[in-house]
Design a protein around this ligand. Sequence first.
Ligand SMILES: NC(=O)c1ccc[n+]([C@@H]2O[C@H](COP(=O)([O-])OP(=O)(O)OC[C@H]3O[C@@H](n4cnc5c(N)ncnc54)[C@H](OP(=O)(O)O)[C@@H]3O)[C@@H](O)[C@H]2O)c1
Length: 264
Amino acid sequence: MGGALDSFGSFTRYFLQNERSNLEYLSYVMLIFGVQSFVLLQYFPSPYGRHGSSAWGFLVNGKFAWFTQELPAFAIPVLLVVFADCPQLGASSNRILLGLFLLHYFQRTFIYPMLIRGGKPTPFIPYTMAISFCCANGYLQGRSLTRFVAYPKTWMTEPRVWIGMLLFFVGMGVNIHSDHILMNLRKPGETGYKIPKGGMFSFVSGANFLGEVIEWSGYACACWNLPALAFACFTFLKPCSTCHATPQMVQAGSLKITPRKEKP
Ligand SMILES: NC(=O)c1ccc[n+]([C@@H]2O[C@H](COP(=O)([O-])OP(=O)(O)OC[C@H]3O[C@@H](n4cnc5c(N)ncnc54)[C@H](OP(=O)(O)O)[C@@H]3O)[C@@H](O)[C@H]2O)c1
């Protein structure tokens, strides 16, 4: 036990001594996982939601799973701001960009789980993968924006920032509105699947995922740094079996074409 703690301590010291380059490596790892998941999801469905089963570990209550798996992405940047050295946080650009990230994860952690109706439980393996991802991503985005990324004073006047922020809010609106449509398909007590209509579902089947892709693309455009780009690509490619966009759109698309087949 003592040996394991010593090794962990040495690893942490080494990691922090080279933190800037380690954050870069973490961004590349996120990209690699994204590509890997993208390939895997061409052959296997995501093991949660309508495709979840106890073959992927014991089942965790859906609302509890969403709350606890998303919480680290909100809590870690907040803890960094409160307890860590944050030399870049004096700049309004860094505060605003971090604010966008926190805004999304506040909604996803504290509001989204409350709105779920009849959501399926999440198997333990994808649940732990989602927690790991949110821990890594919360640290990556939070630490970059509070400690390492230094923007010029005029950053917030750059067109790429305004375009990025516009995309972020449009994407967030599409995501929340589309999730709202999905949540209201079920009457209280129902757990089955119906065809979503209206909003962006008139144009695409995976409207909530499309919203998320637009949102994080806008965030990457406004931040213009490697960690934000890695996260946007991850959202697009789907890095692990619990976090996905494009393949899920494909799967959601197949729901629209053959709804009966998709129903458990
Ligand atoms: N950034 C990322 O990489 C990432 C990764 C994953 C998720 N997300 C976001 O997290 C949110 C939820 O993701 P998700 O994978 O759970 O989305 P989802 O499969 O579309 O499900 C969302 C909710 O709506 C319900 N639902 C879906 N289709 C339905 C239908 N046809 N009829 C009735 N109810 C339906 C689901 O119930 P069931 O649970 O019973 O299926 C679930 O409660 C989305 O906004 C997504 O964009 C983001």
